[in-house]
Design a protein around this ligand. Structure first.
Ligand code: HEM
Length: 316
């Protein structure tokens, strides 16, 4: 079977035939904060239009995050120039820097650390050049706080609502997370993160439709699509939504950079690969109802299962 580039590069998230919440983070190789996919231009265009039309929904920052924001800008620019040298370059002459994005043909000259030399806040500036959403967690008194972020493609949450919240409070809505002590274990893991040793993980969900901006603020627009799934349209309409998430300790500010790269794949493409089809079906059958409910897939899970059964029988 010949796989398309899209399928070959898709960050398939499942291991084994069951899914439960766990700390599924692994050391990141290669240790790059950024990945570029064929959807780059489309994602960047969408990000920039969301930022210009709904700025406070997509960007928030507290003043004390300024140094960490510059650290993120430097890390991301350095990663871009070293992992994608044909698309990005960064030239340095003392504190003066010239960043070139050859894909969108933009050149920017600025002084590292000098706010007045950039058009936007440092995090807001660099986020406009990458597909990833970028979140800064500041560390204070043995806890982590979401004090800055550029978030255009949230999976049903709100940056404005979560701004300033602690790690445990952010994760409070997840069923069983607190009760099973996962919030504390993951917080301790994050507090131990070391500069130079980034970690990565994948999170997954299903969604009715292929919208990237599924913010809580726009739920009334996209949420009702969950009622429009049928056995016949599930293959094209329902998408597996995978977030590739990465965690970097920033050595100077001691903050953590959390990056989220969102990928969507329609179920008909996912189930073209027999092993993926079998495993994904098992995972959905076995998924505890509280997790299905939290992920927002209870309304149409059975239709997706029926679609896969028909495909297996060769009816679809
Ligand atoms: C440090 C930066 C992190 C931030 C800012 C963050 C943020 C979030 C947010 C906003 C949600 C949605 C909560 C809601 O329903 O309102 C979430 C869900 C979740 N987070 Fe995190 N998270 C972080 C790190 C982690 C890590 C390191 C793990 C695990 C190792 C983790 C595991 C989860 C899980 C399992 C969910 C539920 C996802 C689902 O079922 O779809 N998070 N996170």
């Amino acid at each position: 079977m010949k796989l398309t580039e899209e399928l070959k590069r898709f960050p398939y998230p499942f291991k084994g035939d069951t899914y439960r919440y766990s700390n599924n983070s692994t050391l990141l190789t290669p240790p790059s904060s950024i990945e570029i996919t064929e959807g780059y231009l489309k994602d960047i265009k969408l990000k920039r239009s969301l930022l210009s039309e709904h700025h406070s929904r997509c960007f928030q920052s507290l003043p004390h995050t300024n140094k960490a924001q510059w650290e993120v800008l430097e890390l991301v620019m350095t990663n871009l120039a070293s992992y994608f040298p044909e698309s990005f370059s960064l030239k340095k002459e003392g504190r003066k820097h010239v960043f070139i994005n050859h894909i969108v043909q933009e050149e920017c000259e600025f002084i590292m650390g000098a706010d007045s030399t950039l058009l936007n806040k440092p995090l807001d500036f660099i986020g406009r050049h990458v597909q990833e959403d970028l979140i800064i967690m500041m560390q204070k008194d043995g806890d982590l706080y979401l004090d800055a972020g550029q978030l255009c493609f949230p999976a049903n949450w709100s940056l404005a609502f979560n701004h300033g919240m602690s790690f445990k409070n952010i994760h409070f809505p997840i069923p069983g997370f607190k009760e099973e002590g996962m919030d504390e274990r993951i917080l301790q893991f994050l507090l131990r993160l070391e500069a130079g040793n980034p970690w990565g993980r994948k999170n997954w969900s299903l969604m009715a439709g292929n919208r990237m901006d599924t913010s809580l603020e726009t739920f009334d627009v996209w949420g009702k699509d969950r009622k429009n799934v049928t056995v016949e349209n599930a293959g094209e309409f329902v998408h597996l939504r995978v977030e590739v998430q990465k965690l970097f300790r920033l050595p100077r500010s001691n903050a953590i950079l959390f990056t989220i790269h969102t990928h969507l794949l329609p179920i008909d493409k996912l189930t073209e690969i027999p092993e993926w089809r079998r495993q994904f079906y098992q995972i959905l059958v076995d998924l505890p109802s509280h997790i299905a409910e939290y992920k927002g897939i209870s309304l149409y899970k059975d239709k997706v299962l029926a679609y896969i059964e028909k495909k297996e029988e060769g009816v679809l």
